[in-house]
Ligand binder design. Structure first.
Ligand code: SAH
Length: 463
């Protein structure tokens, strides 16, 4: 499977800067099921072409827990078109190989990122679902592409067998490279009926992030969204609601019924909602959010009358400023203001200001500390501050295999110092509870997979 992008922009060699890939080097990136190779078949000031060659191992695809190939017929496990077509794997490869360009960055020549340049993309080959040629045109033409299609016969030697569903596609447009890569990232898998990825909440975020600035106005946005999310109705509904929100600037929460709203939540919202529910159960009147970040949980707590004293603490001054802005601090009614305070502090120092709260939340914070500092955090929170309840969440590392743009062994955020499996977290939490006379119970956070569990995990500590 080969994707090439050519430009005749002057000088065409600018493409190398934009892609962050040197024209003289042959480079490869690892994918979960093979490799992607990046090289330049031609590089001259008049015309430069970059190629992305996908080298997928069809046997690798069926190993392990995820059977990613061969739906529909028995030999499909071993005989399938995946190594030869542009599919959802192509999106993963684009995101990995050209991540800097996709994010619209170019440190060496930042001015290049906003230049619309003549770009010609060739995809060999694209499988099409029913609707074939018409569908390809409907997706690309509204974005300004001139689409040229060459349909392949099933077998040159046996013309009577007729046409296949495979096309070599050429797309010409004058756009920024970032826009082109985003279009390909979304539209290639939208055309593929046999997607390999696990469709979860995370896919909505990817779709909206990559679709930003064009998908909300695309006449086929519904079809693209539905096809990208493999027809999972609830996810499609949520994605469309969020897209429409972007388009009109409306807050969709106001008009969406409760049942749909539930599904509309992102993983982080779900996590905070679960934390809030646990805090409500404790009947605590005072609560401190340790590592409150920009204060999402604080805003939710403020809406609940139960909480009379709400405090947010974070080590980052910048986050606290954001929290203040998002709380509309300066316009807050005096009665509300009496209930809430923010301060800067570190969980690695004993601090009397942390004492006297009935409950504390530590939401996705511990993994930002070096593991060796957790002993200190433990003493600061559980020995000295000693709230009656601590609700603590952290990612479940086992779930990472389901994020297909993540490399094996990597973590979800560059800022994470560690990510634990369920067993690692539960062992740590149980021993911590014993040392400090707390009891602890555990809950999954987010949609649970039978094998690897939920994306995040919660420990509820009580004195
Ligand atoms: N709880 C928030 C933010 C999570 S991100 C939420 O769920 O949205 C982690 C936060 O922990 C960041 O805001 C970071 O500034 C803060 N943090 C990291 N190390 C810290 C430390 N040692 N003490 C206090 N806060 C810390």
């Amino acid at each position: 499977m080969l994707l090439t992008i050519s430009t005749t922009h002057s000088p065409a060699t600018d493409l190398g800067y934009l892609l962050h890939k040197h024209p003289d080097k042959f480079q490869s990136v690892d994918l979960s099921i093979g490799k992607a190779h990046i090289f330049y078949p031609e590089s001259a000031p008049e015309k430069t072409t970059v190629a992305l060659l996908l080298d997928i191992d069809p046997i690798d695809m069926v190993r392990g827990s995820r059977n990613m190939a061969g739906k529909g017929f028995a030999l499909g496990q071993y005989v399938n078109d995946r190594p030869y077509v542009a599919s959802s794997f192509m999106s993963v490869a684009i995101a990995k190989a050209f991540s800097t360009a996709m994010n619209g960055k170019c440190n060496a020549r930042p001015e290049l990122t906003s230049i619309e340049m003549p770009l010609e993309t060739k995809i060999a080959v694209l499988p099409t679902p029913s609707g074939g040629e018409r569908l390809i045109r409907k997706l690309f033409e509204p974005l300004g592409y001139t689409v040229t299609l060459q349909r392949h016969t099933l077998d040159d030697q046996f013309p009577a067998w007729g046409e296949s569903k495979y096309y070599t596609v050429t797309l010409q447009n004058s756009v920024t490279l970032q826009a082109l890569l985003s279009h390909l990232y979304v539209l290639i898998p939208a055309l593929d009926n046999d997607k390999h990825y696990f469709v979860s909440q995370g896919e909505i975020d990817k779709l909206l992030e990559k679709g930003k600035g064009w998908l909300e106005n695309h006449p086929e946005k519904e079809q693209i969204t539905r096809r990208y999310l493999i027809n999972v109705g609830s996810l499609t509904q949520e994605a469309l609601a969020r897209l429409n929100e972007v388009e009109t600037g409306k807050n969709v929460n106001e008009e969406i019924p409760e049942a749909v709203k539930q599904k509309k939540q992102t993983l982080h919202q779900q996590r905070l909602q679960q934390v809030l529910e646990q805090l409500k159960k404790t009947k605590a009147k005072s609560v401190i959010d340790l590592g409150c970040g920009e204060g999402k949980l604080l805003r939710m707590l403020l809406k609940e009358k139960q909480f009379e004293k709400i405090t947010g603490m974070d080590v980052s001054f910048g986050e606290l400023v954001k929290a203040k802005n998002k709380l509309y601090w300066d316009e807050m009614a005096p009665k509300q203001k009496e209930r809430i305070q923010l301060f800067q502090g570190a969980l690695t120092y004993r601090d009397q200001r942390l004492e006297g709260y009935e409950a504390a939340a530590l939401v996705e914070v511990i993994e930002h500390l070096d593991e060796s500092r957790l002993q200190v955090l433990e003493r600061v929170v559980f020995e000295f501050a000693q709230p009656k309840t601590v609700i603590l969440t952290t990612p479940n590392a086992e779930y990472n295999v389901l994020y297909d743009t993540m490399e094996a062994g990597h973590m979800r955020h560059t800022d994470h110092r560690f990510e634990w499996t369920r067993e690692e977290f539960e062992t740590w939490a149980t021993q911590l509870a014993e040392r400090n006379n707390y009891k602890v119970t555990f809950l999954p956070v987010g949609p649970e997979d039978a094998e690897v569990g939920a994306p995040s995990q919660m420990g509820i500590f009580t004195l």
